[in-house]
Design a protein around this ligand. Structure first.
Ligand code: EPU
Length: 429
């Protein structure tokens, strides 16, 4: 298990390229199943090289796909046979987003057996809304030995309300929208997730022959078609990766240009950063993020898109922990997503958690210490805090960060961070 050892205090300066989005790539790769054998290959450009993607590739291969990286980096996915429709626990427990093969498998093969994803470090994470949506289209769903078993003779279009207690569901919308592409008749999803990753999936499915309108709004209409075929598609830039690097630039009082960054996907984040004193200037294909003074405190609440994303909550907590004054962060998507609180406190952050709200008393400085990564975004927050903490911060269990950020230490080194990756053995020497 590797760790990242960070010497705090270096100002980040230079340019960074944002990779394709992990959370867009995972459902897009699952969507390629909808072409079926003989339907031609799907080529996805800008799929990042991450452990979650490696797991998704392994799953697609088990499901009868040939998957390979082309010389130009594009991921080629071609369905060769449809005999096996079982996503086993071994794979699903490594990556719960494997659930996004459920809709495509059911629509195309009329049968899917998917291990029920368990909870994870950020909360319970049920999939009841995904199942409710598929049932509304005529799927029969049972649970056996921890597996969800979904069958249908033919999915039929339906009017489906897909909202839940915490708002819309991103992968639930992806699953139901994907399944509806091959249903008989028209499906209307009300309270659909509006995230850019849903829009990206709809664009790719349309290029494959689907008839989807309204993606990016709470009401999506899908007119079912007979068959889909392969297509070529470029994955959108990762807005969470971009937001994470923005915070890293801001906390170090640096100046970093982000290439391949879509500010229109990050409006709530940019608004908050500007409000606390970060300078963000848009240019052709990207933006420059700079900070020249002590930042101000803020109040923020996570919400479904276009609100402030839960996937940047931990990173902002690190940033606000050295802001001037008291800040308040409320988590409305995953109310238990706070494992980073105790670790940030080890670095000297003054945090008081009350239910799903954390009050942050801004400090003048943080002080380096060994800390433990608990999940992907919490790890990113600890790295960000380490960039400014006085002395050495060692972030252990960084395999979490490799799930979502490709070569993070190398890219941060390129803009001036003092950070290195060490193995457990090296750490113990
Ligand atoms: N929910 C239910 N029932 C369901 C589905 C969701 O109650 O059937 C609840 C969840 O428990 C949560 C809320 O609805 O309270 C929203 O969850 P959502 O379904 O939108 O999450 P997801 O689709 O499983 C994706 C991202 C997450 C991101 C969330 C929210 C992927 C692969 N994952 O998860 O990304 O936090 O949307 O934006 O797209 C990450 O990248 O670090 C990450 C966790």
């Amino acid at each position: 298990m590797d760790s990242l050892v960070i010497e705090g205090g270096a100002r980040l300066r230079g340019s960074l390229k944002i990779n394709g989005s992990k959370n867009a790539s995972l459902p897009l790769m699952a969507g390629a199943l909808l072409a079926g054998p003989g339907g031609g290959a799907t080529f996805l450009r800008d799929v990042p090289n991450l452990s979650d993607i490696v797991h998704q590739i392994a799953l697609l291969r088990e499901l009868g796909c040939e998957v390979e990286r082309q010389a130009d980096g594009a991921l080629k996915i071609e369905v060769k046979d449809e005999k096996d429709s079982h996503a086993r626990y071994d794979l699903v427990r490594k990556m719960r987003a494997s659930i996004c093969v459920l809709g495509p498998l059911l629509a195309r093969r009329k049968y899917a057996r998917i291990s029920m994803p368990g909870g994870c470090a950020i909360g319970d994470r049920p999939v009841d809304i995904h199942l409710r949506g598929l049932e509304a289209m005529g799927a029969v769903i049972d649970l056996d030995g921890g597996d969800i078993i979904a069958r249908t003779d033919q999915l039929t279009g339906a009017e489906i309300f897909l909202g839940g207690n915490f708002g819309s569901t991103v992968l639930g919308t992806a699953n139901v929208m994907s399944a509806a592409t091959l249903a008989k008749g028209t499906t209307m999803i009300e309270s659909a997730a509006c995230e850019p990753e849903v829009v990206d999936l709809a664009n790719c499915l349309n290029a494959m022959g689907a008839k989807i309108t309204g993606a990016g709004t709470p009401r999506i209409l899908i007119e079912g078609v007979e068959a889909l075929h392969g297509a070529a598609h470029t994955v959108i830039p990762d807005r969470i990766e971009a937001g994470t690097f923005m915070v890293a630039a801001a906390i170090t009082n640096g100046e970093v240009r982000l290439e391949n960054c879509r500010l229109d996907h990050l409006m709530a984040v940019v608004d908050k950063l500007r409000a606390i004193g970060v300078i963000i200037e848009k240019d052709n294909g990207g933006c420059t993020v700079a900070s020249v003074r002590r930042l101000e405190a803020a109040t923020l609440t996570t919400q479904p898109h276009p609100g402030f994303p839960t996937d940047l909550q931990a990173q902002f907590m690190a940033l606000l922990s050295i802001a001037d004054g008291n800040s308040v962060i409320t988590e409305k998507i995953f109310p238990d997503r706070f494992l980073h609180v105790a670790e940030l406190a080890r670095l000297g952050a003054r945090l008081h958690k009350e239910g799903s709200t954390v009050i942050i008393q801004g400090q003048k400085k943080l002080i380096g210490a060994p800390v433990m990564a608990s999940d992907l975004r919490a790890s990113a927050a600890l790295v960000i805090a380490g960039l400014i903490a006085k002395g050495t911060t060692t972030v252990m269990r960084v395999y979490h960060i490799d799930r979502g950020y490709e070569k993070i230490e190398q890219r941060l080194i390129n803009v001036g961070a003092k950070i290195k990756r060490v193995s457990q053995e090296e750490l113990e020497l």
